[in-house]
Design a protein around this ligand. Structure first.
Ligand code: BES
Ligand code: MN
Ligand code: ZN
Length: 488
């Protein structure tokens, strides 16, 4: 497991600049007016900053740009990063700028001369999010741990507003670690153990084992895991930060630790990516961690279904019929449409046991959502406009792409089965929507519900603004904000 880069807040002190190692960041507005830190940097570098600002190149700079002076004379630092930012930047602008600096930083320490700059907490968050690296399985990594120092006029104030942001960043980190982890390491048992460890943060964590799941009647979930030697599990994480009698918000995650497709085996090319098929469960875990670490004043329960989808002599066959916990029967046409079989039982259990005020499920559910929305937006499906709009707003405010998709009876009709209550696939057309329709059959009419298909956004092959290649942690920030804005 990785850990977050440490951040220290210190009183604003221009004398830090000459001696600092690694990178020194000074902030100037695009008009080029130098503040105290930039003026000191200019003096130390014998006018290099002023020359840069007077240069033709500077006429083209935009807010958010970083101009680097390497090995600046008169300073110990390896680089002087001149960050162009208005005094009152937008939240996302400050965050993205921080992320840019972190990307340049490599494994070095960073000193940010923030002075009285606004949104310094967001700038720091951007640095922290983009400093993430999954090097758990690299034996040749020798670089020192990064360290971030923020030099600010009011360090205590910034530190206080940064604290909950750092908590959320740690949730994002956990989601990324889980999602990046290969399946031979992150087995269902290892996953459950890592969740159980979060009891130390004040979460109540229960691990439901196969015999219990069988007693509850979770046959569709168990049918997915029965071909694997790893036991299927459901983990329930409760955060009780709100009033005792307030019903919780429920978060439900698909936790397929590896998806071979089962007997409907996937092609070999790219199958290794299915190590991230527990991404939904990873986001639920990270969101619960964020809520616990920032001591959210709300009741939220996170439930994840942990299974491995493998072919074997004991695996589910295409054509098998299984009964869900709800009581409806499912004809399994394609064993590779397994996520919905896991989710439907966990969603039913969540409603049955907790009677939640709302339910959000997250899943790397369909390849079709990647065809539709690429890697920019998660697919959003909902039975409730108010609930859905509130989530979309939170996602937008956190700069996490989310796009609403339709639901409707005509799509639902595609799930009719000749021999059972429904089939688990609807055919090639509208694959993400029929998957969502399948799930909606397990949502009680009165439960506000959102389904997030995160197959395109959970893990990506090119870096994003806030994350290197691989797991992004998409959704942790949006969910934390959604809880904050609507339930605290
Ligand atoms: N886990 C996959 C979906 C997926 C695909 C996630 C690519 C991330 C990247 C899911 O279980 C699956 O296999 N879905 C099938 C459904 C089909 C059989 C109806 C798909 O999308 O092809
Ligand atoms: Mn599958
Ligand atoms: Zn899957």
């Amino acid at each position: 497991m990785s850990s977050l880069v440490p951040v220290r807040f210190q009183p604003f002190d221009l004398d830090l600049m000459a001696e600092a190692n690694g990178r020194v960041v000074v902030i100037i507005p695009s008009e080029g007016k130098l503040g105290p830190a930039a003026r000191r940097a200019n003096r130390l570098t014998k006018g290099a900053v002023a020359r840069m600002v007077a240069s033709e190149r500077f006429e083209k700079v935009k807010n958010g740009d970083v101009i680097t002076l390497a090995w600046p004379g008169g300073m110990q630092a390896e680089a002087l990063d001149i960050l162009v930012l208005p005094r009152r930047p937008e939240q996302a602008e400050a965050r993205k700028a921080g992320a840019k600096v972190a990307k340049l930083a490599g494994a070095k320490s960073v000193l940010v001369m923030a002075g009285n700059q606004m949104q310094t907490d967001q700038l720091a968050l951007g640095i922290v999010l983009r400093s993430y690296d999954f090097d758990a399985h690299k034996t040749k990594v020798t670089e020192p741990v990064k360290e971030i120092t923020i030099s600010h006029n009011k360090p205590e104030e910034v530190e206080a507003t940064f604290e909950p942001l750092y908590a959320v960043a740690d949730g994002v980190r956990m989601t990324r670690d889980l999602t990046n982890e290969p399946a031979n390491i992150l087995t269902t048992s290892e996953f459950a153990n890592r969740l159980a460890e979060m009891q130390d943060l004040g979460l109540e964590v229960e691990v439901l084992e196969e015999d219990k799941l069988a007693d509850l009647g979770m046959r569709t979930l168990l049918s997915v895991g029965q071909g694997s030697v790893s036991p299927s599990k459901v983990v329930v994480m409760q955060w009780k930060g709100g009033d005792t009698d307030d019903a919780p918000l429920a978060l439900v995650g698909k936790g397929v630790v590896f998806d071979t497709g089962g007997i409907s085996l996937k092609p070999a090319g790219g199958m290794e990516d299915m190590t991230m098929d527990m991404g939904g469960a990873g986001v639920v875990a990270g969101a619960m961690r964020a809520l616990a670490k920032r001591k959210a004043k709300a009741n939220v329960v996170g439930l994840v279904g942990l299974v491995e989808n493998m072919p074997s002599g004991n695996a589910t066959r295409p054509g098998d019929v299984v009964k869900s916990m709800k009581g409806d029967t499912v004809e399994i046409i394609n064993t590779d449409a397994e996520g919905r079989l896991v989710l439907c039982d966990v969603m039913w259990y969540a409603q049955d046991r907790f009677n939640p005020v709302g339910m959000i499920d997250l899943a790397t559910l369909t390849g079709a959502i990647i065809i539709g929305l690429g890697h920019e937006n998660a697919g959003v499906f909902s039975n409730n406009d108010v609930f859905c709009d509130a989530f979309l707003k939170a996602a937008k405010d956190e700069d996490e792409g989310a796009w609403r998709m339709p639901l409707g009876k005509a799509y639902d009709d595609l799930l009719k089965s000749r021999i059972a209550d429904m089939k688990n696939v609807g055919g090639r057309s509208a694959g993400s929507i029929t998957a969502a329709q399948f799930l909606q059959r397990f949502v009680k009419e009165e439960t506000p519900w959102i389904h997030l298909d995160i197959a395109g956004v959970a893990s990506v092959s090119t870096e994003t603004s806030y994350a290197p290649k691989g797991a992004t942690g998409w959704g942790v920030r949006a969910l934390s904000r959604f809880v904050q804005d609507n339930f605290e």
